[in-house]
Ligand binder design. Structure first.
Ligand SMILES: [Zn+2]
Ligand SMILES: [Zn+2]
Ligand SMILES: [Zn+2]
Ligand SMILES: [Zn+2]
Length: 119
């Protein structure tokens, strides 16, 4: 688990083992005076709960920033996806898919194929 140190230096992380990681890109964002971290043009009005980005209204959809929205599970739309369903090609999260050997199949497809969705 990464831990953020201090409110004024939120972009330095310790993972308890390695040297502190300073995220320079994030520093640049802090200097941008509350601009959206995706388009960097409009004022940020919201904070994404998943990634913590500050984004503008245009880069916000259904509770997440546009970047997270792109990576959201297409089944539950709540969690970040971990891969693609081998059958329908949808992005799916761990909870909405089952692993079939090296492949991943979303639960809706698994049900359709009559696969056991219990793990
Ligand atoms: Zn924006
Ligand atoms: Zn986000
Ligand atoms: Zn899901
Ligand atoms: Zn599928």
């Amino acid at each position: 688990m990464l831990t953020a140190i201090g409110a004024r230096v939120p972009f330095i992380y310790f993972d308890g083992q390695n040297e502190p990681v300073i995220r320079l890109e994030a520093f640049a964002v802090e200097d941008s005076n509350g601009l959206c971290e995706i388009c960097r043009e409009k004022a940020a009005t919201r904070t994404c709960e998943l990634c913590g980005r500050r984004v503008c209204d245009a880069d916000w959809s259904s509770g997440y920033c546009a970047a997270c929205e792109n990576a959201l599970c297409r089944v539950c739309r709540k969690r970040l996806s971990v891969g693609y369903c081998a059958v329908c090609g949808k992005l799916v999260c761990e909870d909405c898919s089952i692993e079939l050997g090296a492949a991943r199949v979303c639960k809706p497809c698994a049900l359709e194929l009559g696969l056991n969705t219990r793990r």
